[in-house]
Structures are given as C-alpha cells and as structure tokens.
Design a protein around this ligand. Structure first.
Ligand code: SAM
Length: 248
C-alpha cells in the first residue's frame, strides 16, 4: 500500500515511519509513505501557505494554491487515490474504516493547520473527511498518524502473527480480553490458572468469556450492535456470576 501525506510538517512523521510496527512495515516495503509539503509549491520568499480569513476574525486559513499543487503532484505520482481530509467535522474514524482503507492500494491524507483550509479546496479536491474524535487538534498530523498506524498494522504480513490483529478490540465487535505475561505472581496477584493449564479449548473459552464480560461492562453499545449467540449469552451470564455483577 502507498500512503501520501500532504503536510507543512513532514518532519512530524519522522518517528512515525521509523519506529515500531509502522517502521518495520516501511523497511519491509509493505507500505510506502511519502510526504508532500505545500510550502514547496509557494512562490514567495516566506513560503507562505496561509492568509487572513475573509470576513475577519482570529487565526489564519490555508490557501488553495499551494495545497492544490501539492495534491496534484501527489495524485500524479502513482495509482489513483482518494484524498482524505483530516477534520474534526469528518466522519468518525474507527476500526471498520481502518479495515476498509487497508484494502485500498493508495490513499492521500491531507493535514490542515491554523483555522483550517479554504473551503473551495475542500470542495474541489477532497473525497472524504475523517475525524479521530470530538476534540480539536492544532493540526491534522496527529490524526493522520493515528489513521496511518491503524491502517498499516492491518496490512497482510505486517504483524508477525496474523492472529494478533484478529484478536484485537473491535475486530469481532468486542473488546479484547485481558493479557498476562511473566512473572506468574505479581504484587500477590496470580495469573488466572486456566492460562497456565495448556488446555487450548478452555483458554479460548475463558478469553471469549472475558471479552464478552468486558464489552458488556465497558461498551454495552458494542455488544448491543453485535448481538450474541446463545452460547455467548451463557458465557456472559457465567462471567457476571463469577464477578458478582448482575445482568440488567
Ligand atoms: N476550525 C476548525 C474547526 O473547528 O472545525 C478546526 C481547525 S484545527 C485547529 C486545524 C486542523 O487540525 C484541521 O484543519 C484538521 O486538519 C486538524 N484536526 C483538528 N481536530 C481534528 C480531529 N478531531 N480529527 C482530525 N483532524 C483534526
């Protein structure tokens, strides 16, 4: 996959593309990441990309010309791609969206700054708008980094063990179960005995029970959306009895 970033702070992505899972995927050429800086498409000495808003008011607005030139070069540099604008007004990004994007050959992520981008550029160049949550960031870069990370870890072969992504929260409409590693006893708390039993069937059953229980307690909305099989309903009832919670 190829991910292009339109950003006035390409250095913002240095650690994103060098470290951890994404860094490994970049080195293994499972994903290519390329930045395009709108400042490289300015003609003035100060490399100006913003100007005062028409109608007055605080802040600055990103101008159309440097952005459209950067987007045009990005578009021309490979397979056709949608331009996604990082925006608090966009559709909420979630695991389903990440899964969908991970199936695309290419995507261009447009990072705004200041008060945002001249609306005419959005109207003419942007195919979709994505928000990472109901709060306002000072730039689209952190949002693009979040989306990039969530997408790249889903690309085939990127995670060492394909099962890791499948077991993650939201993949099956549930939150993930709790995890434990050595030592067996920490601060007088033991690892649940079933995880040491070597019984794969029992371990799977325990994990599903914990995932159902956690989702019920922390995100009942997810469980309602997903539904449960009769066997899962029984497991959840067991979880609630074990943990002294009562089903509503
Ligand atoms: N005035 C804009 C508004 O209220 O809708 C906010 C502009 S914000 C200070 C600057 C840039 O940060 C935006 O153009 C956008 O690219 C990015 N941004 C801010 N919050 C975001 C969020 N929740 N999700 C995605 N991008 C965001």
């Amino acid at each position: 996959m190829r991910i292009d970033l339109i950003t006035v702070f390409p250095e913002w992505f240095d650690s994103v593309v060098n470290l951890g899972v994404v860094g490994r995927a970049v080195r293994a050429q499972q994903v290519q990441v390329k930045c395009w800086n709108p400042r490289d498409y300015t003609l003035d000495r100060h490399r100006t990309v913003d100007d005062r808003p028409y109608g007055g008011g605080p802040g600055m607005v990103m101008m159309t010309a440097p952005l459209s030139a950067a987007i045009a070069d990005a578009r021309a540099d490979g397979a056709p791609a949608k331009v996604a604008y990082m925006s608090p007004q966009g559709r909420r990004f979630d695991q389903q969206a990440a899964q969908h994007m991970a199936k695309q050959d290419r995507i261009i992520l447009l990072c705004g700054r200041y008060e945002g981008i001249d609306e005419r550029l959005i109207d003419s160049e942007v195919d979709e708008e994505w928000s990472i949550g109901d709060y306002v960031l000072s730039g689209g870069e952190p949002a693009a980094a979040v989306m990039l990370d969530a997408i790249v870890r889903l690309l085939p072969g990127v995670l060492g063990d394909e099962r890791s992504a499948v077991q993650d929260s939201f993949m099956d409409g549930l939150l993930d179960c709790p995890h434990y590693t050595r030592p067996e006893v920490y601060a007088q708390q033991s690892v649940p005995a079933v995880l040491l039993s070597g019984h794969h069937g029992e371990i799977e059953r325990w994990r599903l029970k914990q995932a159902l229980g956690r989702t019920y307690l922390r995100r009942p909305d997810l469980l309602e959306q997903r539904g449960m099989s009769p066997a899962e309903e029984k497991l959840l009832a067991e979880f609630l009895a074990d943990t002294d919670h009562h089903q509503e």
